[in-house]
Design a protein around this ligand. Structure first.
Ligand code: RAM
Length: 350
């Protein structure tokens, strides 16, 4: 992307983000249109507010709404300050009360919200899990929009770190919360892969999994503790954008980039400085805005064409083309994670 275009995009993102923080201020999320506006109300409840990753994701909702008609939809981003298992319940309840048509939620627990989801669905509100799924509780949601096929994430994170440390040495995982459905899924797949005993990972040793709760300070403290506790640490996988940025900052401040390789899932705009100065050799992610974009097109298909997200059915999602509902009610935005490193700095656009 040319510099001027990029500046324009970043500017637009900032304006959107500022607007959304404003909209997120009230629990009832009463946006400009207010109740009874006749607009289709789409709620987005992220794991918590204050995480730039979810602001990036929310820009996709806004973009699709612009394409389909800003007069037709009202978009409200609202949610808790911190990502505890039950902290989103009151926000789901408030959205239902406020006339939500669809709620997109990055749930903080696999099952703590099930009764709340059931109540909402009884009232005709669509519950869509976004950015992940709620394994074991699929019957309590209408569908799930995933950024990629989750089965590929854990192994590709192991391979990425392996490539940076010659598949040899001690490493740790810096995760988000202990309940996080997405991180727990990926961490478990990494453990399962290591447990298979493949010669490829025979010299890589997972020494500890720690939890920074998707809070920058907590993640920083956990990273510092890892460095003290494991003097031979060769790498850290942080499958959370908050965790990886905090870990990279610690390594940068201490000048340990040659000794400890930090990788995982990062937000390109936050990780750029660490890639440019070599603190992190590379990381992975996907296209967060595309998830929100898909969500609006899904609601639009339901409202305008009576579409039902049954396995095997498909709907048209604007620039993303035709999208299919998988057998388990999941919708994959992209097949696999994408690598971000010094060779594609032009792609660091969110
Ligand atoms: C954090 C959140 C989010 C996850 C990303 C990779 O921002 O935990 O749920 O998808 O990292």
């Amino acid at each position: 992307m040319k510099l001027a275009k990029k500046m324009l995009f970043l500017g637009l993102c900032l304006i959107l983000a500022a607007g959304m923080v404003f909209a997120a201020g009230g629990k009832d999320g009463g946006g400009a249109a207010g109740a009874g506006s006749g607009k289709i109300k789409i709620y987005f409840i992220p794991k918590n507010l204050g995480n730039p990753y979810f602001v990036a994701l929310s820009t996709g909702f806004e973009q699709a709404i612009q394409e389909l008609g800003a007069d037709k939809f009202e978009f409200i981003m609202t949610g808790p300050a911190t990502p505890e298992a039950t902290s989103q319940i009151e926000y789901v309840e408030a959205a239902v009360q406020n006339g939500a048509k669809a709620i997109f939620i990055a749930a903080n627990s696999n099952d703590a919200l099930n009764p709340t989801f059931d109540d909402a669905r009884k009232k005709g509100v669509r519950i869509y899990i976004i950015n992940q799924d709620i394994p074991g509780s699929e019957a309590h949601r209408d569908a799930a929009i995933l950024p990629v096929n989750f089965a590929t994430v854990g192994v590709s994170q192991l391979d990425l770190l392996g490539g940076y440390i010659n598949f040899e040495g001690e490493f740790a995982i810096l995760s988000a919360t202990t309940d996080a459905p997405d991180q727990n899924f990926w961490v478990q797949s990494m453990k399962d892969e290591l447990a298979k005993g493949s010669p490829k990972y025979a010299k890589m040793k997972l020494v500890e999994v720690v939890y920074g709760d998707d809070q920058p300070e907590r993640s920083t403290t956990e990273m510092e503790a890892l460095i003290t506790k494991w003097p031979n640490l060769k790498g850290v996988i942080a499958p959370t954008t908050v965790g990886i940025a905090a870990a990279a900052k610690v390594v940068q401040t201490r000048g340990l980039g040659d000794k400890i390789k930090v990788t995982g899932l990062g937000l390109p705009s936050e990780m750029k400085e660490f890639i440019v100065d070599g603190t992190s050799p590379g990381f992975q992610l996907w296209d967060p805005p595309a998830e929100g974009y898909l969500g609006v097109y899904l609601v639009n298909a339901e409202v305008t064409q009576g579409f039902k997200p049954a396995p095997g059915a498909s709907f048209s999602a604007g620039k993303l083309g035709t999208v299919k509902i998988e057998s388990n009610g999941q919708i994959l935005t992209l097949p696999t994670p994408k690598l971000f490193d010094k060779n594609n700095l032009q792609d660091f656009i969110y």
